[in-house]
Design a protein around this ligand. Structure first.
Ligand code: FAD
Length: 410
């Protein structure tokens, strides 16, 4: 660390992605000796064993699982309950699950044990934070209110009046990133005019470790299998319908979800909290500035229909750690501009096509035009019979092939 600097790396935002950056840098030999701080105003505690699963869960890909294993966070997440999903069935509103207008994916077709795991966000965040702290990362309960980027260092002004300097600031402060705004980085994107309603429900039939997604004209409804036998739903719909779903009593809400899912798992019983999140597409036009790198939702936020938001963020975290490791090993400081440019080129080239695909799927399916509906159903049935295409799609979703960071690779 240079004289006068408080830390080599300050990570703003200790959500799942910021905590992953911290744990990765502290684990990797080349960067383990850097002094690293995470600034997070709302750190989470690990969930208690008898607490029910929270409504915020994520489908964690195999590549992300490897990252979590690599830093030693996976055992705590698995012990809390990571529900594998081995099959996935996706169907159009006018089709039927497993019948016409549907496509099914099975991990067995790839010789894989599963397609991923459903994990609680707070369990992931807490496990990563705990590992980072065990490895010497400083966690400061603070939010950032000011940023100055210089050629030699970045200066941060904290909400409590403190000032910190670092060779590199990593912005992991989410889709509304204040750091991105303070650095003057513009974004492209749009609001989908949809909200994602989330809740955990008990199905009458066993979920069989299968994830279901039905595309309704107002947006997709996903039923994701949890380790406790319930399903986590993500129902993307208009704001008006989201508000009305939140206002229903448990019995009426359960009935609406049962109907909307064509009772694919029988009756769904609702109890416990529900929430709704506005859905947006956001892409930062630049991922780096001198002494600054953006990761996770601060760089890109996507529609949840493909369950890939945090998986893309974990790839950012691993890519950033990899390029910084290589750069620091040559004697460069943690904010070396060449390393930051490599990171930006790498992740933009991967994130942009993925974002375009999720956005295209969202548009293709949120449309009740009869010709498009027919084309969708025919297309799904056609691809369902095209085994090589399905295998390719499954491998991409596993996050272990393509230009992925070394620790996530097959
Ligand atoms: C309904 C829904 C379902 C989803 N399902 C999936 C899924 O199945 N799979 C998947 O991969 N993704 C999913 N996602 C996306 C996923 O939740 C996000 O991509 C992920 O949470 C982003 O993590 P992050 O750490 O980048 O940002 P966040 O989770 O937004 O974390 C940002 C952190 O920064 C902190 N912060 C904010 N401002 C400041 C500041 N000024 N100073 C300091 N700290 C600050 C916040 O307190 C927060 O902890 C879903 C999203 C939604 C809305």
């Amino acid at each position: 660390m240079k004289a006068g600097q408080d830390f080599d790396v300050v990570i703003v935002g200790g959500g799942m992605v910021g905590a992953a950056v911290a744990a990765l840098l502290a684990t990797q030999r080349a960067t383990a000796r850097l002094s690293i701080a995470v600034l997070e105003p709302r750190p989470v505690a690990p969930p208690l064993a008898d607490e029910p699963f929270d409504i915020r869960v994520s489908a964690v890909s195999r590549g992300s699982q490897r990252l979590l294993e690599h830093v030693g966070a996976w055992p705590a997440i698995a012990a809390r309950g990571a529900g594998p999903y081995r099959r996935m069935v996706v169907w159009d509103a006018a089709g039927s699950a497993g019948g016409e207008g549907s496509i099914s994916f099975d991990a067995a077709d790839l010789g894989e044990p599963d397609l991923g795991h459903l994990c609680e966000n707070r369990a992931i965040q807490a496990a990563l934070t705990e590992r980072a702290m065990e490895l010497g990362v400083t966690l400061l309960r603070a939010n950032v209110e000011g940023l100055e980027l210089g050629a030699e260092a970045a200066q941060l002004a904290l909400g409590d009046g403190r000032r910190l300097s670092a060779a590199l600031v990593v912005a992991a402060d989410g889709a509304d990133s204040a750091i991105r705004g303070m650095a003057g980085i513009d974004t492209k994107g749009w609001a989908y005019g949809q909200h994602g309603v989330v809740a955990n429900l008990q199905p009458a039939l066993p979920h069989g470790e299968t994830a279901y997604q039905r595309f309704l004209p107002t947006g997709p409804l996903a039923l994701l299998p949890l380790a406790d036998g319930r399903v986590s739903i993500v129902w993307s719909t208009t704001q008006a319908e989201a508000e009305s779903l939140l206002a229903l009593d448990d019995a009426a809400f359960g009935m609406r979800v049962t109907e909307a899912s064509c009772a694919v798992l029988g009756e769904l019983a609702a109890s416990g909290p529900r929430g709704a999140f506005p859905l947006r597409l956001i892409h930062a036009l630049e991922y780096t500035r001198p002494r600054l790198a953006l990761v996770g939702d601060a760089a890109h936020a996507v529609h949840p229909l493909a369950g890939q938001g945090v998986n893309l963020g974990f790839m950012d975290a691993a890519a950033l750690a990899e390029v910084l490791g290589q750069s620091v090993a040559t004697g460069a400081d943690a904010g070396d501009p060449r390393a930051l440019r490599r990171y930006e080129r790498w992740r933009k080239a991967e994130n942009l096509p993925a974002m375009a695909m999720f956005d295209g799927l969202k548009r293709l399916f949120s449309n009740s035009d009869p010709v498009l509906s027919w084309a969708r159903r025919s297309g799904l049935s056609f691809f369902d019979a095209a085994a090589p295409v399905k295998r390719l799609l499954m491998r991409r979703a596993l996050g272990t092939v393509g230009d992925v960071p070394a620790i996530m690779r097959r």
